[in-house]
Design a binder for this molecule. Structure first.
Ligand code: 0RQ
Length: 503
């Protein structure tokens, strides 16, 4: 009970099995968690048991599940496996959930992560019946010390009718103070500017508020966050990272970015992003900053080496090694990291003001720069748009990074037309594959197409793409953005028919 310093909250301590009785069939349940960090550890397994038993008794028990972004894979799997989720929002990245969504057995609303809080406030998701939020502790006055991710927790605590708290004593006590929880957001017409002019600026308080009358149960846990697995960067990731670093050097030379600090970096999740950040160590930079969603292992090293002065995010998505490093040196990292609600970490106003360098992954881009990040072959969800749109649309330089092929070379990541668009040609400024970098700034669609094919497409597909473009351009009245509409998806159709986009 050492972490629960308020006597009013101590009286509410109970078991997960008891607490879960406050969740009913049909409820909308909002839980903490962003990437691998901060997911409730005890309530979800207890809820899965409850649903299982209800099913056994012939009852149809599902919930609508709202989160920050993806939550731990076990959590996602546990509830999806038993068909426990009717509707999921706003992001997932787990195989079982993905299968249920693509089979039409789970409704999935895939939205920009910066939009989640305001859309819930606006009421599109109805009443939030229960919030289940992991915290690191409760102060004497009943304020909540956040854990390793902030996500939408502030909003969940504010809007939910009932609140269940998990107090996780595994979260280092010394993390207290790393968070910046802003209570000034409002809906139009009452919005005010966000006074974040530098990555490290703080505009809020270190704790969450909660109405104690809404807290129906407090459950104690001592469980580590599940780790975000990472593999060592492979040759393709390293080649992509190399092109990105050369690009930064050219931008500095052109006077578009400061030599020591560049501009605040945002990098998506995954191995390519990790390789790019890792490569910055060798770039000789000293005062880099980062304004992003997640902090991955490579960021800890950059901070330790002095290459990164400050990193702002909403979640610490670390591997097992990264978690060990962070917990052993939390006093040091607290001074170099700020964790904010995701409506602030991803806020378009701040992203535009700070001049973010946005680097995100993609499934495929078309020759004009439209990007598909989410739908395999245009129909099957992979993960979701996540924060990529928040940063891409509003960034100073918006880049998409990807291997030039997928599935052992059968799929080209550069196609004539993408069958699903997440980021339009107007948002995409730079595309990078291991083949090279296409800088699309200042180019017309016809100019862009040539640069994308020559610099980014895999040699196995270059000729086919050039042939498509040449025939499209040769049509009478080919237009601003030439296409052969009857053939625009021929690469995808060929893959679906034969298992390869190649002839
Ligand atoms: O499939 O796992 O079955 O092997 O997609 O591909 O190359 O490992 O790349 O892990 O960086 O993911 C777009 C999915 C890329 C990710 C995406 C298949 C490929 C493999 C993964 P397998 P890679 P990554 C902030 C930013 C949207 C959200 C976002 C993503 C799997 O970057 O989800 O940016 N982005 N958030 O085989 C069919 C193609 C393919 C393809 C790759 N063209 N067609 N399959 N794959 N290209 C983070 C947050 O918001 C939390």
């Amino acid at each position: 009970m050492a972490r629960i310093r308020s006597s009013a909250f101590r009286e509410k301590v109970t078991t997960a099995a008891d607490a879960v009785r406050y969740i009913h069939a049909g409820d909308t349940v909002a839980i903490s968690g962003f990437a691998s960090a901060g997911t409730p550890k005890a309530i979800v397994p207890a809820l899965a048991d409850r649903i299982h038993q209800a099913r056994g008794a012939g009852e149809n028990f599902t919930i609508n599940l709202l989160t920050g972004a993806s939550v731990s894979a076990e959590t996602e799997r546990m509830l999806a496996d038993i068909d426990g989720i009717a509707l999921r929002m706003p992001y997932q990245s787990e195989a079982t959930a993905r299968r249920k969504i693509n089979d039409g057995r789970m409704d999935y609303v895939d939205i920009h992560l910066s939009h989640v809080a305001q859309q819930v406030w606006e009421g599109y998701y109805g009443t939030v019946d229960v919030a289940v939020v992991e915290v690191a502790g409760i102060t004497e006055s009943g304020e909540l010390i956040p854990s390793a991710s902030v996500g939408n927790n502030k909003t969940w605590l504010d809007v939910a009718e009932k609140v269940i708290l998990e107090v996780n004593s595994w979260v280092p006590d010394a993390m207290n103070g790393i968070h910046d929880i802003y209570y000034g957001t409002a809906l139009p017409p009452h919005r005010k500017p966000l006074e974040i002019n530098h990555v490290e600026d703080r505009i809020g308080q270190t704790t969450f508020r909660v109405d104690p009358d809404k807290v129906v149960a407090v459950v104690e846990t001592n469980c580590p966050d599940s780790a975000s697995p990472l593999t060592e960067p492979d040759a393709v990731s390293l080649a992509i990272a190399g092109h990105v670093l050369d690009f930064f050097a050219r931008e500095v030379q052109a006077g578009r970015m400061p030599a020591d600090s560049l501009l605040p970096l945002q990098a998506g999740i995954g191995n390519v992003a990790n390789a790019v950040l890792g490569g910055l160590d060798r770039g000789g930079y000293r005062d880099l900053t980062c304004y992003s969603e997640v902090i991955q292992d490579s960021m800890l090293r950059l901070i330790k080496d002095g290459a990164v002065a400050h990193a702002s995010a909403t979640s610490l998505a670390l591997s097992e090694k990264g978690l060990e490093e962070f917990t052993a040196n939390v006093d040091f990292y607290r001074n170099h990291i700020t964790l904010r609600p995701q409506e602030i970490s991803n806020h378009p106003e701040v992203v535009r003001r700070l001049g973010i360098i946005a680097m995100n992954g993609m499934l495929e881009a078309d020759i004009y720069g439209n990007v598909n990040s989410t739908h395999v072959m245009g129909t099957k969800i992979m993960n979701g748009i996540g924060g990529s749109g928040d940063f891409t649309r509003n960034g100073y330089v918006s880049m998409f990074l990807s291997p030039s092929t997928a599935r052992g070379g059968a799929i080209s990541s550069i196609v004539p037309m993408v069958p699903h668009v997440d980021h339009t040609e107007h948002d995409t400024q730079v595309i990078v594959t291991e083949q090279g970098l296409a800088d699309l700034r200042g180019l017309s669609p016809r100019q862009r197409a040539k640069v994308v094919i020559d610099n980014c497409a895999h040699p196995d597909f270059r000729e086919m793409l050039h042939d498509y473009l040449a025939r499209a351009e040769a049509q009478p009245g080919a237009g601003q953005t030439p296409h052969l509409l009857g053939e625009a998806f021929s690469f995808h159709q060929r893959y679906l028919a034969t298992g390869s986009m190649q002839h």
